[in-house]
Design a protein around this ligand. Sequence first.
Ligand code: PLP
Length: 343
Amino acid sequence: MQCCLKEQLSPFSMKEAPRLNLAHLPTPLQLLPSISEQAGRNIWVKRDDLTGFSISGNKVRKLEYSLAKAKQEGADVVITCGGIQSNHCRATAILGAKLGFKVHLLLRGDEPEQPDGNLFLDQLAGAEISYFAKRYYQAHLDFIAEETCEKYRREGRKPYFIPTGASDAVGVWGYANAAAELKEDFARLEIQPEHILCATGSGGTQAGLTAGVVMHRMPAQVTGYAVCDDEAWFVNKVNTDIHDWIEEYELDLDLGSLDIRVRDAYIGEGYAIAGKAVFDTITQVFRSEALLLDPVYSGKAFYGMLTDISEGKIEGEGDIVFVHTGGAFGLFAQRQQWQKSMG
Ligand SMILES: Cc1ncc(COP(=O)(O)O)c(C=O)c1O
């Protein structure tokens, strides 16, 4: 892993976006032969679960930019937030430690007796962790974040706050560039997928992909499978992130009327709660393709995709690309739920 700060000037931008090389790129694009045969349609998977091992998943592409900005601004403390099993917080904790930042995580939920999955890795990485009751966190996140930053400023330190999922103007770069990587994959494999699908949890991955396909003139439709909030919320969030990004980096891009598509039919009982059908999909995909999905993000989205294909809800007959955004550590924290679902 090279960690030197690169000043990167995009051909579309008047302003530099500093970047660190933290992810193993390019990630493979692989056909899922068995699932494709069952679905009657070619399904490819972009293996962003392989951006690393302990720092795996979609967040690494975004953190290449967020942590570079923190470094550029001279920060010595990185503060971020999320659920108890946040993949984003885990990636930030590990990368932050490696880069020499103190990392402080603001987590939604009570401290469990036994840390598992991502939370265990947060602790292993030495992050300071503050736990907040769900309701309090949801109502007061901005205040909590500001208070925490202020505490460090009073101590003479320089905090840098990364919002939920690194989904902001800075983080959009991660998946705008991933779209360019996909374009190269498509050319090499001589395929022309009509759809690019991903799980959507805080919107940044979808925002980057949506902007990226326009930026790189790719004839593919991006659709996000919501795992928490509804379609209206995510359309607004993705739109806001893209417009903030254009403004922040003075991008010379005409996005026309952006087609932001969100499917919110598969959230089920709520964030991080997966039903039997999702666990069955995780089991089936693991056993037939050796591909590990998680119950919070990739498994839910994958289940949604397969259901939509079977119901004819994904237009056309062309190839589909599923962006595997990672999340495997979250599966370990739900081993009991999986066992229960198996009956
Ligand atoms: C494994 C995984 N997949 C997908 C997502 C959703 O990505 P985004 O937050 O960019 O919408 C997240 C985080 O929220 C995640 O941790």
